[in-house]
Design a protein around this ligand. Structure first.
Ligand code: GAR
Length: 210
C-alpha cells in the first residue's frame, strides 16, 4: 500500500484528519510513521493512540540544522515512505533533504499561495484586507512556501473576523483539502513534472480548487 510519513510540530489536527479518513476507509494510505521536532507535540500522542510509529528529535541536541535534518530524515527513510507530508511542521527544512525528496514531499500551508508565505498568515490576510483567504497543499522545494501548488481551498474573510475566527474557518477546510490531495497523490494522479504539477499527465494551469 501507499506509505506516508507525516511531519508535525504541534496540535496535529491535520494528522488526526488523515487518521480518521484512513480508519473510515476513505483514504487508501498507510501512515508509516509520525516524526516531530518537539517531543511534547500533541500530534505524537494522537499517533501513538492510533498505534502509529513515532520518533521525535530535539534540535538542541544537534550542532546545526543540517545535522538535525540528516538525523530526522534517517528516521523517516527507515520507514520507506512513498511520500512525506508536512502537516503543521514548523521548522525550516534544509536544502539537501528537500532536494533529495523532490516530488516526494508536500506541505499544507494556511494561505492561498503565493499570497502570505511564512508565519501568522491569518494576521497577514487581515492586515492586507484580503476578501478571500484559505489554504494550499504544495510540493516542497527549497524556496520557503514557494513550491508548485497542487490544490487550494478558499474561504471568505468576514466583517469582524480576527485571526482566531478566520483561522478556524480555514482549518476546517484544511482537513478535507489534505485528505483529498493525498487521495490524488496516492492514486498516482498527481505528480511533480518539469513544468509544474501534473494531473493525469497534463500540467495544471492553476491549482485544483477543493
Ligand atoms: C495548520 O493550520 C497548518 O496549515 C499550519 O499549521 C497548522 C497546524 O495545525 N502550517 C504551517 O503554518 C506551516 N508553516 P495542526 O497541527 O492542527 O494540523
Amino acid at each position: 500500500s501507499y506509505r506516508i510519513a507525516v511531519l508535525a510540530s504541534g496540535r496535529g489536527s491535520n494528522l488526526q484528519a488523515l487518521i480518521d479518513a484512513i480508519a473510515a476507509g476513505d483514504l487508501p494510505v498507510r501512515i508509516a510513521g509520525v516524526f516531530s521536532d518537539r517531543p511534547d507535540a500533541v500530534a505524537l500522542q494522537r499517533a501513538e493512540q492510533a498505534g502509529i510509529h513515532t520518533a521525535a528529535l530535539r534540535p538542541r541536541d544537534f550542532a546545526n540544522r543540517l545535522e538535525f535534518d540528516a538525523a530526522l530524515f534517517e528516521h523517516i527513510g527507515a520507514v520507506q515512505p512513498d511520500l512525506i507530508v508536512c502537516a503543521g511542521y514548523m521548522r525550516l527544512l534544509s536544502e539537501p533533504v528537500v532536494e533529495a525528496n523532490r516530488g516526494r514531499m508536500v506541505n499544507i500551508h494556511p494561505s492561498l499561495l503565493p499570497a502570505f508565505k511564512g508565519l501568522r498568515t491569518h494576521e497577514q490576510a487581515l492586515s492586507a484586507g484580503a476578501p478571500v483567504h484559505g489554504a494550499s497543499v504544495h510540493f516542497v522545494t527549497p524556496e520557503l512556501d514557494g513550491g508548485p501548488v497542487i490544490a487550494q481551498a478558499r474561504v471568505p474573510v468576514l466583517a469582524g473576523d480576527d485571526a482566531a475566527t478566520l483561522g478556524a474557518r480555514v482549518l476546517e477546510r484544511e482537513h478535507p483539502l489534505l485528505v483529498e490531495s493525498l487521495r490524488l497523490l496516492a492514486g498516482g494522479r498527481i505528480r511533480l513534472g518539469d513544468a509544474g504539477v501534473e494531473l493525469d499527465g497534463a500540467t495544471l494551469a492553476a491549482p485544483l480548487q477543493l
